[in-house]
Write a protein that binds this ligand. Structure first.
Ligand code: SF4
Ligand code: SF4
Length: 388
């Protein structure tokens, strides 16, 4: 399922840069505890899925996976989380609608005043399901769409007919009054379709379009060589997105593309202005990568990860409280400490805004604190020090 650390944050307006910047000092500051609590938790309720997407993070299949959390375990974890904090919960998968208890879970969480979103492939949403979603307390649905035509989307998703079902789902949600957004992963095969996907999102009344940069995790590892854009093409696409965003009223953002937050500042500088909240909205006050800082991910077996694309566990919510994992894990505390970033990210003048994708660094080097491999920027200090 496509989702990102920044998904839904603009809608819910929860995460701000001052909070994030301060969060680097979680270990030393006494009064920062509330500010450092997670604002957004992605929860992989199941790994099961009816599709066979070429870039799937979860390597989802239509089989029952071992140790999937039961309804009772999920209720108990919700209680544990609510006793500590009140985040936005994004119910994801695999395909979360595959769980027969999905509306029991959303109802339980909603009764605890948790704000809810659902990340789905869209193919299981018929009229009845759209109605149930609208009554369930789920406030926004993200639907993955990876092509502007049936041919390109279905080849990505592995099942003919998926595209038509996604558009039908969007119509049902719209008719039921449920806000939805499209999420699109950009690869070599659809990079030339972005403009058409934007137009499609606008035509379908999508509240937002979030453009993802592929992260080589799960099935994404196998296609990384053939499908990932080279760094210079990413730079070009992200730069184009900055310009294109000015021409739409739809919420439109680059996600899991931390260098975007550097690029927009460089481009704004050339325009003689600074990025700020009044003109640029939430983009101005969030950071490129929030993994382990403002967001985290709970796997279908209860492992707590910085994000769904960084397959490292900070602990398991069956064994430990969420609070303990969030506050004490070395993994999370490392990610919050930008002074521990390595390579050019470590000396970059934009690291507070960007921080590089920790998952792509991990995939490339085995070290999640290493430099982002898909960034062209040469930090000023690197130039000064003439570091090669
Ligand atoms: S590590 Fe990468 S994939 Fe994960 S939240 Fe950060 S930018 Fe997104
Ligand atoms: S060098 Fe690292 S921190 Fe700097 S812009 Fe590139 S990815 Fe971001």
């Amino acid at each position: 399922m496509n989702y990102s650390e920044n998904d839904f944050t603009e809608y819910f307006s929860e995460i701000s840069l001052p909070v994030i910047i301060k969060s680097r000092y979680i270990k030393t500051s006494k009064n920062m505890k509330d500010q450092n609590k997670p604002r957004l938790i992605f929860w992989e309720l199941t790994k099961r899925c009816n599709l066979n997407c070429i870039h799937c993070r979860a390597e989802a299949e239509n089989i029952l996976f071992e140790n999937e959390l039961s309804t009772e375990q999920i209720f108990s974890i919700i209680d544990d989380i609510v006793s500590y904090t009140n985040p936005i919960l994004v119910l994801t998968g695999g395909e979360p609608l595959y769980r027969e208890d999905i509306f029991e879970i959303s109802g339980y969480a909603s009764d605890k005043n948790i704000r809810l979103a659902l990340a789905t492939n869209g193919t299981l949403i018929d009229k009845d399901t759209a109605k149930k979603i609208s009554e369930s307390g789920i406030q926004r649905v993200s639907i993955s769409i990876d092509g502007s035509s049936a041919q390109s989307h279905d080849s990505f998703r592995g099942i003919p007919g998926s595209y038509d079902k996604v558009l039908q789902a969007a119509s049902y949600l719209y008719d039921s009054g449920v806000e939805f957004q499209f999420n699109t992963t950009i690869t070599r095969r659809n990079v030339n379709e972005i403009e058409d996907i934007i137009k499609l999102a606008e035509k379908m009344h999508s509240k937002a379009l979030h453009i993802f940069m592929l992260v080589p995790v799960g099935c994404g590892v196998e296609i990384a060589e053939t499908e990932m854009l080279p760094a210079d093409k990413y730079e070009e696409v992200l730069s184009w997105l900055y310009d294109r965003m000015k021409q739409t009223s739809m919420e439109f953002k680059a996600t899991c593309a931390p260098p975007y937050y550097r690029i927009i500042r460089q481009k704004a500088k050339l325009e003689g202005r600074k990025i700020n909240f009044e003109t640029d909205g939430m983009t101005a006050i969030t950071r490129g990568c929030l993994a382990g800082t403002g967001v985290c991910f709970i796997s279908h077996t209860g492992d707590v990860q910085p994000c769904g694309y960084l397959p490292l566990s900070a602990g398991n919510v069956i064994k430990n409280s969420f609070k303990e994992i969030w506050e004490k894990s070395e993994l999370f505390n490392n990610l919050r400490d930008l002074s521990k970033l390595k390579g050019k990210c470590g000396i970059c003048e934009y690291k507070t805004y960007c921080a590089g994708c920790r998952a792509r660094a991990y995939y490339q080097t085995g070290d999640y604190m290493e430099e982002e491999p898909y960034c062209l920027h040469v930090p000023a200090r690197q130039k000064t020090l003439n570091i090669e």
